[in-house]
Design a protein around this ligand. Structure first.
Ligand code: PEP
Length: 248
């Protein structure tokens, strides 16, 4: 049986205390409605604790946006997976293209973070995706296959994790691949997951991310191998996020 789709909101570096009103509104709306999806919100690290308190008892999980591969020590500015978990996070986004590009994160580093996250009991959402140049060169499938193989260690055993296919050129741009292009990448990712993890690889949710909004969510979420969405800009306001949750 396929797991429930996962709709995760990535607030990126947006959100101050006042914005918890939006999280509260999302939590209340998910609680009141009947939705097929699992829902998560990933605020900046400073809001994880307060958002977890805000959503206590409501069916919306909280996630981090990154974690250190290290457990503790002299790593100024970093946040460990155990710190996120203690603050109330249940998931963590890892290997987002904004971290791969802006912070030089390699597949090997992402893989180390995945292990750290799993040791702390967090469910990683591991992001992969090609640049525009790579897509235009016909390399999209090989790029994501190689990121997938390098970013998820085979030693994770049966720990829960998700993968997010996020074409770099579709993030925050309003552009999206065609439905056929999304499907082709998700099929390739599924085959990579099954190759690496056998039967368990069939059940790993593969989210799509990149300019998902109310207007395109239903058609994207209807693609057979799409197991949810990672949503940036449209997850900041309950009025934008709820129709995406309802489409799943
Ligand atoms: C993201 O940052 O993960 C993302 C998908 O952003 P957006 O929805 O704004 O394109």
């Amino acid at each position: 049986m396929s797991p429930r789709p996962l709709i995760a909101g990535n607030w990126k570096m947006n959100g101050l205390g006042l914005d918890l009103d939006e999280a509260r509104a999302i939590g209340a709306a998910v609680e009141q409605g009947t939705f097929g999806a699992r829902v998560a919100l990933c605020p900046p690290a400073t809001l994880v604790d307060r958002m977890a308190q805000t959503l206590m008892g409501l069916p919306v999980s909280v996630g981090g946006q990154d974690c250190s591969p290290k457990a503790a020590g002299a790593y100024t500015g970093d946040v460990s997976a155990a710190m996120l978990a203690e603050a109330g996070a249940r998931l963590v986004i890892l290997g987002h293209s904004e971290r791969r590009a802006g912070h030089g994160e390699t597949d090997a580093l992402v893989a180390a973070k995945v292990l750290a996250a799993i040791s702390a009991g967090l469910e990683p959402i591991v992001c992969v995706g090609e640049s525009l140049e790579q897509r235009q060169a016909g390399e999209a499938l090989s790029v994501v296959a190689s990121q997938l193989a390098g970013s998820i260690p085979s030693s994770i055993g049966d720990a829960a994790f998700a993968v997010a296919y996020e074409p770099v050129w579709a993030i925050g741009t309003g552009l999206t691949p065609s439905l056929a292009e999304i499907e082709a990448v998700h099929i390739a990712l599924r085959s990579g997951l099954v190759q690496a993890f056998g039967d368990a690889g069939q059940r790993v949710p593969i989210l799509y991310g990149g300019s998902v909004k109310a207007a395109n969510a239903a058609e994207i979420l209807a693609i057979p191998e799409v197991g949810g969405a990672l949503v940036g800009g449209a997850a900041l306001k309950a009025s934008d996020f709820m129709p995406i949750i309802a489409a799943a």
